[in-house]
Design a protein around this ligand. Structure first.
Ligand SMILES: [Zn+2]
Length: 160
């Protein structure tokens, strides 16, 4: 958690920045290529009276939906949020305009959670290589390849 008092953060035009890794963002880690690592560099800038600018930069490893291989997806996103006093106002505002996302002011607003939410939203819906690396290039051994000595040993063991 990274809690901020949003009214004060905006009023003071405060700034925060940092980097989150796969251990900080487990929900994001479960959406990218398993066991891959990433760094999300983020900045949050308050602006009086009620605005928050958030930027996110990262490269995450996604699974290509065509060849199932890993591929790097760069994420470079920026968002502007407007804080309002309550949920009802937020809903009315969201319906009226779509350029600015609305959030509700809080003395204990979790910036960490917002960053993870927005990273999840920024992921591509489907990842595909522009050109998939040739399938099977690594998987097939040349016909004259010597058998793996350990595999032979394994066979001997299973025959015994
Ligand atoms: Zn592919």
């Amino acid at each position: 958690m990274k809690l901020i008092d949003t009214a004060r953060f905006c009023k003071d035009s405060a700034s925060l920045f940092g980097t989150y890794t796969e251990t900080d963002l487990p929900r994001l880690a479960s959406e990218v290529l398993p066991s891959s690592s990433f760094n999300v560099a983020w900045t949050a800038d308050g602006e009086s009276p009620d605005l928050l600018d958030l930027t996110l930069k990262a490269t995450v490893q996604m699974k290509c939906q065509r060849c199932l291989g890993g591929m790097a997806e760069p994420i470079d996103a920026s968002y502007r949020f407007q804080f309002v006093k309550d949920e009802a106002t937020a809903q009315a505002q969201d319906e009226a305009q779509d350029e600015v996302d609305t959030l509700v002011h809080s003395r204990q607003f979790d910036l960490h959670e917002l960053i993870e939410d927005e990273m999840l939203m920024a992921l591509p819906f489907v990842s595909l290589h522009e050109i998939c690396p040739e399938a099977g290039a690594v998987a097939f051994l040349p016909v004259d390849a010597k058998p793996n000595p350990f595999a032979v040993l394994q066979n001997l063991k299973s025959m015994a």
